[in-house]
Design a protein around this ligand. Structure first.
Ligand code: GLU
Ligand code: ZN
Length: 493
């Protein structure tokens, strides 16, 4: 079947990160677009781990990738944990497959050993630059005689294995960028296997795409220049019967960070772990990452991953660089916090409150009761879950510590007056508290609301800024409020 006619369940895409370092948002953007495309067409989302670089790959990073996709709800159809028909899905477990394909390629004449040392390559590259020729491998070892090979071997040299490029230009119709061409001289013969026998990305990535029957390769623009090499290798793999077709390629736009440079580790917000630690909702982060190169149309900027998948087409992927904006991401997180049900938000908040020691782990019935009353007070004003403990901790303790610098002039009088009228208040609810304090302090004594309620807020919450004061006082109850007022009065006398 023609690759372009493939649709629906015939479509297979992959997310294939290398487990080095911490997952970053650029990677997750790639995963999201592949996932959304697969879900939109009813295809298969393959998760493959490209861990052939033993020096850089780590088990922690592998685990972090799995955790990241699971946390984000980007479920994969084939890959680690879930398995599938084309496994194993970790390249470190596929060594014999690569060795077999390599010998087939060599058999068919597509490869040759190259004995050039790094110094020799450098020296020739410099000459080429001086002579204004395109630098890059010059094909010196393309047709070594057996005698030359023997001589190199006798000399103790070991060879890398290079792919023999066909010497033609490469043009493909990129799914995002339209027609892209690379001139033959810019894609010289490249290394497939290191001198120590380790297969390289240049080999294993297309080999696995072939064997895993990938139909669409969607990945970052940084990989654009590896595409002509992979197209050449695919032609060879088709020739030797390893591939039955060449996938279509699409390159997602760069994500730009500070200083209009490619988003890097140094940019705040580039590490995925930060979002989890600071309390971004997974759907909010995905919502924001979707906007880095894709749009839903009609200026719709708030949508769930499922809504994105339902609407996702490659036509709406924009080839222009996308600007990363952590503030916008945080604002979208706030929108999501307001959007979800109170019960759901409470569930998200509990680990943060436990972590900050505001509630026990697990929370007591009493704490849960308070929490259910407190969450509606902060849902409107929260943009990250991690700010909640600081905002509502005063509702969970017996006494609050108060920084003396917070008291305004006249605080003592206001507090004494308030304590004396509140003493007799029945019933105790936010309306009755507010009415009484307003009538007494503002209407009765002519104190400006700011100076009337500011000291009370400080005495009750320990802060100048807090969730709504009278609602908070209702939740705390009369006894605790009167206790805090008299403690504050004592400290001011
Ligand atoms: N392992 C490669 C990387 O993380 C995958 C590139 C690709 O999608 O082809 O950059
Ligand atoms: Zn060479």
């Amino acid at each position: 079947m023609n690759i372009k006619e493939r649709q629906g369940s015939d479509i297979r895409v992959r997310f294939c990160p290398s487990p080095t370092g911490n997952p970053h948002v650029g990677m997750i953007r790639t995963a999201l677009f592949n996932w959304a495309f697969a879900r939109h067409v009813g295809g298969t989302f393959v998760f493959r781990i490209e861990d052939t670089d033993a020096a850089r790959d780590s088990q922690e990073s592998y685990q972090a990738l799995l955790d990241a996709l699971s946390w984000l709800g980007l479920d994969w159809d084939e890959g680690p944990v879930v398995g599938g028909d084309y496994g194993p899905y970790r390249q470190s477990e596929r060594g014999d497959i690569y060795a077999r394909v390599m010998s087939q390629l060599t058999e068919a004449g597509y490869t040759y050993p190259c004995y050039c040392s790094a110094e020799e390559l450098d020296a020739r590259r410099e000459i080429a630059m001086k002579e204004k020729r395109t630098p890059g491998y010059d094909g010196q070892c393309r047709s070594l005689s057996q005698d030359q090979i023997d001589a190199y071997e006798a000399d103790g040299r070991s060879a890398v294995i290079r792919f023999r490029m066909p010497g033609t230009d490469f043009t493909w119709n990129d799914l995002v960028r339209g027609e892209v061409t690379f001139k033959a001289e810019h894609v010289p013969d490249f290394v497939l296997v290191r001198a120590n026998g380790d297969p390289l990305y240049t080999l294993v990535n297309p080999v696995d795409d072939a064997l895993m029957k990938i139909t669409h390769v969607l990945r970052g623009e940084d990989l654009l220049s590896s595409t002509p090499r992979q197209l050449a290798l695919f032609a060879a793999l088709e020739e030797i019967g390893v591939a039955s077709y060449t996938p279509l390629y699409g390159h997602l736009p760069y994500v730009m960070g500070e200083g209009n440079k490619k988003l890097s580790k140094r940019d705040p917000g580039s590490a995925l772990s930060m979002y989890r630690e600071e309390g971004y909702l997974p759907q909010a982060l995905l919502n924001y990452l979707a906007l880095l190169g894709w749009s839903m149309g009609n200026d719709v900027e708030f949508f769930s991953p499922q809504e994105m998948a339902a609407a996702f087409t490659l036509e709406r992927v924009n080839p222009n660089p996308a600007r990363f904006d952590l503030k916008k991401c945080t604002a979208i997180n706030g929108d999501w916090i307001r959007h979800i049900a109170q019960q759901e938000l409470t569930g998200h908040l509990i680990p943060f409150l436990e972590g900050a020691g505001v509630v026990t782990a697990p929370p007591t019935q009493e704490q849960l009761k308070t929490l259910n009353l407190a969450v509606p007070l902060i849902q409107e004003r929260l943009d990250k879950l991690s700010t909640a403990p600081e905002l509502i901790s005063f509702l969970f303790k017996d006494v609050v510590a108060i920084d003396p610098a917070l008291w305004s002039d006249g605080a003592l009088d206001v507090l004494m007056e308030s304590a004396s009228v509140l003493e007799g208040l029945e019933p105790w609810n936010h309306d009755s508290i507010q009415n009484l304090l307003k009538a007494t302090l503002v209407d009765g004594l002519g104190i400006k609301p700011k100076f009337a309620f500011g000291p009370i807020r400080t005495a009750i919450t320990g802060h100048k800024i807090s969730p709504p004061l009278f609602e908070s006082m209702e939740i705390l109850g009369k006894e605790i409020c009167l206790g805090r007022l008299s403690a504050a009065i004592e400290s001011l006398k």
